[in-house]
Design a protein around this ligand. Structure first.
Ligand code: DOR
Ligand code: ZN
Length: 346
């Protein structure tokens, strides 16, 4: 007999959709299962003004597969020169749901990011005043800091001082990858939550080098040691309202991944819900899956959960899913969790 679980339709609180051909190729992979997603603004050039956000939202809506009920939740890309009045108006009108802080140079298309948090304090104060959440890519950028330590150092040197200076600012520490990140979020009483990706619940840093270099497991923040992965699993499956899903599904074409200097990003939109059902089942926490994917995120953002439902069925025969998604001129490799997927969305 097959097992079934029905949950509130999930949301993805951190998603890269890109633009043009890539947008059209990857969007259905998300809208098939997810009701809403926080859309990352790191296009080239980035989404920095309300005008940019309107245009990008319209391009997403124009690419929506017919019949899919999906709402893109737009963000602005914070720069040293962000106009706080433009931001405030975009938030007040409902155009944007949050603002994204990339430390300059931290990751893909972050060159226009914030060079020094002090420069954006007036904007952050305005955001605290109007209740606009800040999504943070929490890694320091100095090449003198070991890549595996950049998240922990960011918490100590940037995030904690920021929260002390501006406790009213609502923050989402995105794609946390360390026990330090988990512990820090758990130590906070209010205005701090974290997203966790599907892949960071499944791979540790060994997977990057299993039998050779594995470019499709390379992302930022980079996967850490096993004890960090276990802390993330514990946080995600605990039901704690401060942790929720942000897949950080980040498509790059195969030539751009499988290169002498491959891009960072794991593309997991296609099979995320199946992977997560396995993770939660393995940890004896299937009853917490809905909190992680569908309830905690909306609650933190002050939104109602989706009305629609999503059902997953477990069958003895593993499901078939595409290992690649075709773009106009290339392909994007779908995340390989390293185990067969018996849970599938119906
Ligand atoms: O691995 C990543 N890919 N991490 C990020 O922060 C950005 C993303 C991308 O845009 O490709
Ligand atoms: Zn991202």
């Amino acid at each position: 007999m097959s097992e079934t679980i029905t949950i509130t339709r999930p949301d993805d609180w951190h998603l890269h959709l890109r633009d043009d051909d890539m947008l059209r190729a990857v969007l259905p992979e998300t809208t098939r299962h997810f009701g809403r997603a926080i859309i990352m603004p790191n296009l080239v050039p980035p989404v920095v003004t309300a005008e940019n956000a309107i245009a990008y939202r319209d391009r997403i809506l124009a690419s929506l597969p017919e019949g899919d009920d999906f709402q893109p939740l737009m963000t602005l890309y914070l720069t040293d020169h962000t106009d706080k009045e433009d931001l405030a108006a975009a938030h007040a009108s409902g155009l944007i749901t949050a603002v994204k802080l990339y430390p300059a140079g931290a990751t893909t298309n972050s060159a226009s990011g914030v060079t020094d948090i002090k420069l954006v304090m007036p904007v952050l104060e305005k955001m605290a005043e109007i209740g606009c959440p800040l999504c943070i890519h929490g890694e320091v950028t100095g090449t003198d800091i070991d890549i595996f330590d950049r998240e922990a150092v960011f918490i100590d040197t940037v995030l904690d001082p920021l929260r002390r200076a501006l406790p009213e600012l609502k923050i989402i520490s995105e794609h946390i990858t360390t026990k330090n990140g988990v512990d820090y979020v758990m130590s906070a009483n209010s205005n701090l939550a974290a997203t966790i990706t599907t892949h960071h619940l499944i791979i540790n840093r060994n997977h990057l080098f299993a039998g050779g270099i594995r470019p499709h497991y390379f992302c930022l923040p980079i996967a850490k040691r096993e004890h960090h992965r276990l802390a993330l699993r514990q946080a995600a499956t605990s039901g704690d309202a401060r942790f929720f899903l942000g897949t950080d599904s980040a498509p790059h074409t195969n030539p751009n991944k499988e290169s002498a200097c491959g891009c960072a990003g794991v593309f997991s939109a296609t099979n995320t819900m199946s992977c997560l059902a396995h993770v939660f089942e393995d940890d004896g926490a299937l009853n917490q899956l809905e909190r992680f994917t569908s309830l905690n995120g909306p609650a933190y953002y002050g939104l109602a959960p989706n009305k629609a439902r999503l059902t997953l069925v477990k069958s003895a025969i593993p499901m078939d899913y595409p290992t690649h998604i075709k773009t106009a001129n290339s392909e994007v490799t779908v995340f390989d969790p390293g185990f067969p997927l018996h849970w599938r969305v119906v």
